[in-house]
Ligand binder design. Sequence first.
Ligand code: SF4
Ligand code: SF4
Length: 391
Amino acid sequence: PHCPTYATHHNETESPRGRIALMQALLRDNLPLNEQLTQHLDSCLNCRACEAACPSGVKYGELIDGVRARQWAQEEQPNRGKIKLLEITASRKKLRYSAKLIRLTQLSGTYKLFSKGIEHLTKAPPDINTLLPEPLPARKNWADQYPAINEERGHVALFTGCIADICDQQTLRDAITLLTHTGFRVTIPAQQACCGALHHHAGDTAHSQPLAEANIDAFADESIEQIIHCATGCGAHLMEYNQQLNTPQADKFSLKVNEISGFLLKNGINNLKFKTLKTSVSVHLPCTQRNVLKQATIPFELLKLIPELKIEPLAGNHLCCGAAGSYMLEQPKMAQQLRQAKLDSLQRSQHSILVSSNIGCAMYLAAGLRQQGQAIEVIHPISLLTRQLIH
Ligand code: SF4
Ligand code: SF4
């Protein structure tokens, strides 16, 4: 089966068909939004494997997002931890401040105590603290622009994301290196915000809509030819701002959104030279890359540019890794079960590098590896490529 929850439970109410029937009954007021119904809907990963496989083209993602917005509005006992997480990611200021505080406590050896206190105060799910690298890297500010190296062939803007900009600036720096080396001037609009995917998929329209509008404004400069992202989770949502907002500005924005690896492959990366790397990598395909961006072959094509690198798909790539936005925090049992299957496949492969094009999946898989004491590096394919670049 395509559906990870159906594959696990073999229960119709945990399948796409079952959930569609439940959602339709709910929307027609034939069923109340009771605990049992909520449970079946909440256990859906919104991985959209069912949508990609659906012969009738049912837009499952839109359907579940709509129902979740209704659930969010009707929630009598909202999850405080989740609300806090959505509030912090929606604000760059709060996110950067929190990251600074976390880094400080990590370096001073008081992080465990600090995170226990935060967990208690916000009722945040305990797993959130295992996700962060220790210590968090020190965040550096971006320049407004990075000029093309040699002759300029175009002007693009980079979407930095919220979590990536505090946990994984390296991938963003590598994107700038490859873009400028292929002849692109790169702008980093300072006013950009989190994409709002977490908020949108949770049904929190009060945050998701202003975030989408802020990004549309931040990237409105007519001279920007493409908006490049390095996380397929963010990109899948940026690409669908047009569906969310239904305005000419959103249409224009969504049309410009482009994933870094696919963009580089179409725009001259083949002219760069890369050093040989005699090792094997496993490629994890995030659901958003496979089911929404429909780019299942892209990371493989990109990595082929590294001479002698052996590239293999991670077994079980047709199923979600369990990260799925904030799912890993809200449904930890199911999420960990899905992740364990990936970690077991990785162990069997005996590869020392795992590449993933989505920050959420990469952080969740890396946390699992750390917990198991496995020294396998998890990086973005463009970082591996940049490491091998001959300048
Ligand atoms: S989105 Fe994923 S988990 Fe949800 S019903 Fe579809 S296949 Fe199953
Ligand atoms: S997809 Fe996730 S990481 Fe990317 S900007 Fe949106 S909320 Fe942040």
